[in-house]
Design a protein around this ligand. Structure first.
Ligand code: ZN
Length: 306
């Protein structure tokens, strides 16, 4: 597995016994998105990621951002369970996400950023929430509108803001793709009413499986994922953008698989989970593959300006 524009691993002595040469490439001198440290970052996973020398936040070592055109039909139409338009698995996944959100909050309106085939919007509307989606892929948005009959607008969430304020913004597997996560969270804040809810899910780079599998961990996806969050880095970023963390946990990949897929993948996923998180449970406070956060804006109407 490789990513475009990889820099050589820093600190590699050119001759045996020589002291490591400091890496002065632009990537090594980059400013950490999370803590602002400039330079002194570590190349990890054979140069696929950079990891901040201060706060350990990780990002993909690529020269240029993945273009929006990358999210075409082939991105959404993977194999089997990965197919974003496959109604059985997607409705199961959406139902689980909705129950998780409703266990914390009771919004009457929401916008889902990166709504893909529209199944979560459909599930939310099914329980009476005025839900709409925003999606960069025109074909995915068309699928949602024409096949599921749900309102989805095409565009980047940061640009295509909701027409009215909503009580919840949801973004499942979006924040790791966006160019500027702080701008994305600012747009979420601007879209929300005071006291509004933010529900996020991203791959967990600090999961037991990520640590054990390295490049082979399915959540890594360096071609698509610019940012690689841990429970610490995600909650810090969300707090710094003006939200209060209400709930945070993780889930293993099996959590979102309907029973027949779970059985099919049982032979390799269950033993891996038993080793990794020492439990057959599908959720864990911090070691599962998928990291979830529900956060809330202050109820005061005073808005932060940064
Ligand atoms: Zn940092």
């Amino acid at each position: 597995m490789s990513a475009p524009g990889l820099s050589p691993a820093p600190g590699t002595p050119s001759t045996p016994g020589a002291p490591p040469t400091p890496d002065t490439s632009p990537a090594a001198l980059a400013t950490c998105l999370l803590c602002g440290r400039r330079g002194g970052h570590r190349s990890v996973l054979g140069g696929v990621l950079w990891r901040c020398g201060s706060c350990a936040f990780s990002w993909t070592a690529a020269d240029s951002p993945p273009p929006v055109e990358l999210y075409d039909e082939s991105y959404f139409q993977g194999e089997g369970y990965e197919d974003y338009f496959l109604s059985g698995p997607r409705r199961f996944e959406s139902g689980r996400r909705l129950r998780w959100l409703l266990s914390v909050a009771r919004p009457s309106s929401l916008v889902e950023a990166g709504s893909a085939g529209g199944f979560f919007v459909e599930a939310a509307r099914g329980v009476g929430i005025a839900a709409e989606g925003v999606e960069v892929s025109e074909s995915a948005a068309r699928f949602a509108r024409e096949r599921l009959g749900v309102p989805v607008r095409v565009g980047c969430f940061e640009v295509v803001a909701p027409v009215r304020s909503v009580e919840a913004v949801c973004a499942f597997h979006v924040l790791e793709h966006v160019e500027e996560p702080r701008e994305f969270l600012r747009a979420a804040r601007d879209a929300l009413v005071p006291g509004g809810w933010l529900a996020l899910e991203v791959p967990n780079i600090a999961s037991a499986a990520a640590g054990r599998l390295g490049h082979a961990w399915p959540g890594l996806q360096p071609r698509y994922h610019r940012w690689h969050f841990s429970p610490e880095s995600l909650t810090r970023l969300v707090r710094e953008c003006g939200f209060r963390i209400v709930r945070q946990d993780t889930a293993v990949f099996r959590y979102y698989m309907p029973a027949r897929y779970r059985w099919r993948h049982l032979h390799h996923l269950l033993p891996a989970d038993l080793v990794g998180i020492r439990s057959p449970r599908l959720t864990h406070p911090r070691l599962g593959d998928l990291l979830r956060v529900v956060a809330q804006l202050p109820t005061s109407t005073r808005r932060r300006t940064s």
